[in-house]
Design a protein around this ligand. Structure first.
Ligand code: NOJ
Length: 759
């Protein structure tokens, strides 16, 4: 066992060798063969069914709506039930009252922590710290498994390049290289090396595929893209998660090549199983099967058969499999082998989770009480949150001193319920640490904190209601906008510095929260302008679940700290960074555009035939806009520190790479400031000439280092043929000979460069 600082036990890394794996597989096959030999067709179809649990109180499971179905053997699993006792009760029905006693699998959207909540995934990805991310998934797995959950609908690895799409909050941003590394870290964190351990859970990679490319950033909308783009830019994180051994995959709602993913045989069988060798099971998204009626693919019977034939194994909520595939079998549109195959994959998942050995393996009521929301986990979540914040601007305002009077203003300042952000199914919102609590705790009696809300989230009460759902209220203030503003200005007048906690509410991003306007809501922005007029230093603490359009703020506010939604410990973590107990080191994983008109926006663009000449932002008949430059306000990879890092010129060990060979690129990075600091050193590569057009640069490596003031470190990257490969026009994964540019630096914009050739 290996212990980490916060006292969390990581699993020992035990790699099973190939022959041990074969023996395990043989045992599993034998077990599943024997079980399936006893199953009726109806029982097999029952395993493919994943209904909602419905609402029932502890101890009442046997009289709930679902009990009868479980008893009949028509349910394979349930999801989003919270409470180990409740889960135990339901499992009891399956293993004591159903004919074959097949245990249920219990899923949940454990997206960024269970009860101890970590930053929203987009924030987490800005840490660029894989061990940290893995540990956050590990903590989530320990807590969730302690309360009966053995399957999580995470990681969400959809590449997002359109900030209008609210679900950008749930993923790791715009880049396939970073996204792939994170996908693997999450799978490792959830599953460990042995799924049958009591504290590991099965991952479900979602949403396969291309969900993040919804047209116009509108959720559930159509996607359409070339296969070279899919393979080079959108598929890598899904594949990386599969390579890391993810046990299950969730189909996306959208269509791919005109066929919804849920019925797309090319995607689910050719790509996922034949090309990537995935051997787990595929579940639909919520009502993914019946939604294909609205997509226009036919009636429930038709779409259910299409889905099963495509390679989908489990039907979430739709009851298309349960209700229709027996008839399709009779009519000959399906074969019994297809049903058997899906059933087998689900039974295998249960076997791997150890449920046949002990169906109550994850139902340890004692663990459920002692291993959740522990001080060690909360400490880990607090540290993790500090690593997710991105310092966007700092004109000598931060870190703040713990002295004098601080005016804390804004609708997110006293908003415990909003700190966890979207998708925090198991969190207890009121237990989260708000900004005001965190700041007060940090300064104790050394400084005075004055608070005024200053403004509601938005002027429009209806919009605020839609954006504060699921108990995440911002306690809308009934006073007039003017009264709220005046109260804030009054405390601002008494303060030495103003901290403005503003931006989006937790539910302004996430599922079904697409937006067309990504500005800070007007009523808050007006207040910010008034606060700036006081001439006092203002820090904007920006809460958001996606990049926002903050051109104006970037020019006019002296300090901006982007804090996303930092999780249950957000308030303490914010205080840690504001007062300099922790030096910020987060780097954006998604570019901040100047305007929604630039979306979709990403740094790894193509050059086009009419690129802008260097140093210009507009030229007629070039690829640009009349009204704004092509630049980001804050580019991918960007993030400041309280210290300053200096990069040396790049040193290449050689300027030629032979086939099978490699070269090294290195830089010396020095901490020239006065604070200990962490820096993410980034490597980008551009393939200058190819058989298909290649992006102007692509992230190909990164290293996060820690330096004390005055310290330097050499950071090197190995460049080999493998790193230069891409899918060509025939979808062959190749590295083509010729000239390359290599860039190293502190973000995707501020880089120095060198040249090399691949022979
Ligand atoms: C719909 C969402 O798209 C998916 O991400 C989630 O896992 C399921 N609902 C289950 O809650």
């Amino acid at each position: 066992m290996k212990f980490i600082k916060a006292g969390i036990v990581l699993l020992a890394t035990i790699h099973m060798n190939a022959s041990a794996q074969t023996v395990t597989d043989q045992k599993m096959n034998k077990f599943v063969d024997a079980l399936m030999a006893k199953m009726t067709l109806d029982e097999k179809i029952g395993q493919l069914n994943l209904p909602q649990a419905g609402d029932f109180t502890t101890g009442q499971a046997s009289s709930s709506n679902i009990a009868q179905k479980i008893q009949e053997g028509s349910v394979g699993g349930l999801f989003n039930i919270k409470g180990v006792e409740k889960i135990k009760d339901v499992q009891k029905i399956a293993v004591e009252k159903s004919r074959l006693k097949i245990p249920l699998i219990f899923g949940m959207d454990v997206i960024h922590g269970y009860q101890t909540t970590f930053p929203i995934p987009l924030g987490l990805s800005c840490s660029w710290d894989m061990p940290l991310i893995e540990r956050s998934a590990r903590v989530a797995a320990i807590e969730a498994s302690a309360q009966g959950i053995n399957w999580t609908f995470s990681p969400m690895v959809d590449i997002s390049r359109d900030a209008r799409w609210g679900r950008a909050a749930e993923g790791s941003g715009e880049d396939p290289f970073l996204g792939s590394a994170i996908a693997q870290a999450m799978v490792r964190g959830y599953q460990g090396d042995d799924l049958s351990r009591k504290n590991t859970i099965m991952a479900c990679v979602k949403h396969f595929a291309l969900y993040g490319a919804a047209e116009a950033g509108r959720d559930y909308n159509t996607t359409d893209m070339s296969h070279v783009r899919m393979y080079n830019e959108y598929f890598p994180p899904y594949k990386a998660a599969v390579d890391a051994g993810a046990g299950s995959v969730m189909a996306s709602f959208n269509e791919v090549d005109g066929v919804p993913a849920t019925a797309n045989r090319w995607l689910m069988t050719e790509v996922l199983r034949n090309q990537w060798k995935f051997n787990g099971f595929v579940v639909t998204d919520y009502t993914g099967i019946p939604e294909m009626i609205a997509h226009g693919l036919g009636d429930l019977k038709t779409v259910s058969a299409l889905s099963l034939k495509a390679g989908v194994d489990m039907d979430m909520v739709g009851e298309g499999f349960l209700g229709t595939i027996k008839e399709s079998l009779k009519e000959g549109t399906l074969t019994e082998d297809q049903i058997n195959m899906a059933c087998r994959r689900i039974l295998e998942a249960k076997y791997k989770l150890g449920l046949f050995d002990d169906p109550y393996r994850y139902c340890d009521v004692k663990r459920g009480k002692t291993e959740v929301f522990t001080p060690a986990f909360r400490k880990e979540a607090r540290q993790t949150a500090t690593q997710s914040f991105v310092l966007l601007k700092n004109d000598n305002v931060l870190p703040l001193k713990k002295q004098g009077t601080i005016a804390l203003v804004g609708p997110l300042a006293d908003a415990a319920e909003n700190m966890t952000g979207t998708w925090s199914v198991a969190a207890e919102f009121s237990k989260s640490v708000s900004v005001i609590q965190g700041l007060k705790r940090a300064v104790a009696d050394k400084a005075k904190i004055l608070y005024a809300k200053g403004a509601n989230l938005t002027e429009d009460a209806k919009l605020e209601e839609n954006a504060t759902m699921f108990g995440k209220t911002l306690h809308r203030d009934g006073r007039t906008t003017e009264d709220l503003k005046q109260e804030a200005l009054k405390i601002a007048a008494q303060a030495d510095v103003i901290v403005a906690a503003m931006g989006e509410s937790a539910e302004m991003s996430g599922e079904s929260s697409s937006r067309t306007n990504l500005d800070i809501p007007d009523v808050q922005k007006d207040l910010l302008k008034e606060l700036l007029k006081t001439g006092k230093p203002v820090v904007l603490l920006l809460f958001c679940g996606r990049p926002m359009t903050i051109s104006w703020e970037s020019k006019n506010v002296p300090a901006i700290l982007n804090v996303w939604f930092g999780g249950s410990e957000a308030g303490d973590a914010i205080a840690d960074v504001l007062f300099g107990d922790v030096n910020p080191s987060g780097k954006l994983s998604m570019s901040f555009p100047q305007s929604v008109g630039q979306l979709p926006f990403y740094y790894a663009q193509k050059n086009t035939g009419r690129p802008l000449p260097e140093g210009k932002w507009f030229e007629k008949f070039r690829s640009n806009y009349l009204d704004v430059s092509n630049d980001a306000v804050y580019p991918f990879g960007y993030g400041l520190s309280y210290t300053t890092f200096e990069y040396s010129q790049i040193k290449l060990s050689d300027t030629t790479i032979n086939r099978g060979g490699s070269i090294t690129a290195s830089v010396r990075v020095s901490n020239k400031g006065n604070h200990d600091g962490k820096e993410v050193v980034q490597l980008y590569i551009r393939d200058m000439v190819g058989s298909i057009t290649r992006p102007v640069k692509e992230l190909k490596g990164f290293k996060k280092i820690s330096l004390k003031p005055g310290e330097s470190q050499d950071v090197s990257f190995t460049i080999n043929e493998e790193l230069l490969k891409f899918y060509n026009g025939d979808l062959k994964y190749v590295a083509e000979p010729g000239a390359f540019k290599l860039f190293i630096g502190t973000n995707s914009r501020d880089l120095s460069e060198a040249n090399f050739n691949l022979l």
